[in-house]
Write a new protein. Structure first.
Length: 251
């Protein structure tokens, strides 16, 4: 089989998933975008969290050209990306009970804020406890996960619940168990994961909805421009000065 044919099959699989979330998650995307717009308008703050590769989608909406300046990364040492050594430590930390409480207790999150929690499986202790404890603080939670995992795997949290069970709004990425989209007789394991593509697209759709909702209300959305276009740094400086009390990635 030619490499080009496999590449085309992956694109087809990713496009199919994107079409599904566009059509099947439209109401949830609208609700999430409205919640974020409400929070911006009411003076609240915005945070995003993801562990391991789920952190990639969280980072994609933080300090992003064309994105909302108020979105902050809620970082958990050792689980943001795969830069920790050994990389397997990050996976182990996701299963540690009590870690989410320690993180939230030392974070700037407060009642009235929004926390986006991204976890493909939604089964590990860290995202489940993060959602539970955040809501107990009065934080609204948007979960981005694959609901299929809740019916095809067992929870790793003592409660037996999943991320989806502790969210105000759930965005279902439709990713199949195991993430990989392709198989081949000559390759012993499935390959070509699509969760990052789909999850990032879901979140960018939510951010676009939030920006449009704010504009419809006569509120200029606090958007960042690219620093690589003329005037971009000056624009961003004004936005950060205006909303400095709600931007934490500069501190």
């Amino acid at each position: 089989m030619s490499e080009g044919k496999l590449a085309g099959q992956f694109f087809d699989a990713a496009i199919d998933l994107l079409q599904r979330v566009r059509d099947e998650e439209a109401d949830s995307i609208a609700a999430a975008g409205t919640l974020i717009a409400d929070t911006v308008a009411d003076g609240g703050r915005l945070f995003a969290f993801g562990a391991g590769h789920s952190s990639l989608a969280a980072q994609d909406v933080v300090y992003r050209a064309g994105g909302l300046a108020l979105m902050n990364l809620l970082a958990v040492p050792g689980v943001v990306g795969v830069d920790v050594m050994p990389a397997t430590l990050g996976s182990a930390l996701e299963r540690v009970d009590g870690l989410a409480s320690a993180v939230l207790d030392t974070s700037p999150l407060r009642a009235g804020d929004v926390l986006v929690i991204i976890s493909l499986s939604g089964r590990n202790a860290l995202p489940v406890e993060m959602a539970m404890n955040a809501r107990a603080l009065g934080v609204r939670v948007i979960g981005v996960t694959s609901v299929a995992y809740a019916t095809e795997t067992s929870s790793r949290h003592v409660s037996g619940t999943y991320l989806k069970d502790h969210c105000d709004i759930v965005l279902d990425s439709k990713i199949a168990l195991g993430d990989a989209t392709l198989t081949l007789d000559t390759i012993p394991a499935p390959f070509a994961p699509a969760s990052t593509v789909v999850t990032s697209a879901l979140l960018q759709a939510v951010m676009a909805t939030a920006a449009g909702t704010l504009a419809d209300r006569g509120i200029e959305p606090p958007l960042l421009r690219s620093g690589n276009v003329d005037g971009g740094h000056e624009w961003n400086g004004h936005v950060m000065e205006k909303y400095g009390d709600r931007i934490f990635y500069r501190r």
